[in-house]
Write a protein that binds this ligand. Structure first.
Ligand SMILES: Nc1ncnc2c1ncn2[C@@H]1O[C@H](COP(=O)(O)OP(=O)(O)OP(=O)(O)O)[C@@H](O)[C@H]1O
Ligand SMILES: [Mg+2]
Length: 157
């Protein structure tokens, strides 16, 4: 049987999204790109925040939404398998040339989490993990994951 290349996970509430983010943080490695799709308020920033807190082993870590700064960088402790992560929100960007100016190449040495990744155009890494969050009733979301062959299976609850 071919290995799974996509996975649907029902997230009934924020805690379920945070648990998925913690599993992601355990499996992520330097050079990974995690692309977060979904409409306004879907929970892209909430997922990125929980990922960074899990990676930093610091549940109180301040993780502002990069709506205005466009990118926030994080240095992580030795316990994480990557030293550096960058959280991008590309909503306000016109296109890929502006992404380069935000320090995209340098950020790619660590882990990048990207909201509104359609703005990446040709810069979108082929080997990225793509997560689409679809709002359902109330707090529920459906997460549709694609990519990370060999690892995606371990993201199931
Ligand atoms: N299951 C869930 N997963 C994620 N967030 C949830 C969930 N249930 C409720 N929420 C709430 O939904 C909101 C999601 O907001 P968030 O800023 O993360 O969205 P976003 O996708 O980043 O939006 P934007 O496109 O504006 O950046 C938060 O207030 C969060 O607490
Ligand atoms: Mg956001």
């Amino acid at each position: 049987m071919a290995p799974a290349s996509s996975l649907d996970i029902l997230l009934p509430d924020l805690a379920a999204t945070e648990a998925l983010a913690a599993r992601l943080a355990r499996l992520a490695r330097p050079g990974d790109a995690i692309l977060l799709d979904g409409p306004l308020g879907a929970g892209k920033s909430a997922l990125a925040r929980a990922f960074l807190r899990a990676a930093a082993c610091d549940p109180g870590l301040e993780v502002p939404s990069p709506t205005f700064t466009l990118v926030q960088g994080y240095e992580l402790p030795d316990a994480a398998s990557f030293r550096m992560a960058h959280h991008f929100d590309l909503y306000r960007l016109g296109g890929a040339d502006e992404v380069a100016e935000l320090g995209w190449e340098e950020a790619r040495d660590g882990v990048v989490l990207v909201e509104w990744p359609d703005r990446l155009e040709d810069l979108a890494p082929e080997d990225a993990l793509r997560i689409r969050l679809t709002p359902l009733e109330g707090e529920a979301r459906r997460a549709t994951l694609r990519g990370w062959p060999g690892r995606i299976e371990r993201l199931s609850p």
